[in-house]
Design a protein. Structure first.
Length: 94
């Protein structure tokens, strides 16, 4: 009788240990979730910075003519009246 009780207790202990180390909600699964959460927090921080920069650019485009002028010059290659546009072409290396 005592032997059976010992075997049952050992089996129960092994079952609980299996769930702790391998099963659902195990230490390994929790560790993976913590790492995924850290990666997601980094991605969120990067996206928040990007959104702030885009928001500032939109605000600048809505209110200031300097931003519109800069966009016209860089993206569209426009120049003001009376300005002369010079384009320097570097020779290609062989």
């Amino acid at each position: 009788m005592r032997r059976w009780l010992t075997l049952i207790l050992i089996a129960l202990l092994l079952g609980l240990q299996y769930k702790l180390w391998v099963g659902e909600g195990s230490i390994a699964e929790i560790w993976n979730l913590l790492q995924a959460g850290e990666v997601q927090r980094d991605e969120n921080a990067r996206l928040k910075e990007r959104n702030a920069a885009l928001e500032a650019e939109v605000k600048d485009l809505k209110t200031g003519m300097d931003a519109i002028e800069e966009r016209a010059r860089t993206d569209l290659g426009m120049v003001k009246d009376g300005e002369i546009f010079y384009q320097i072409v570097e020779p290609q290396a062989k």
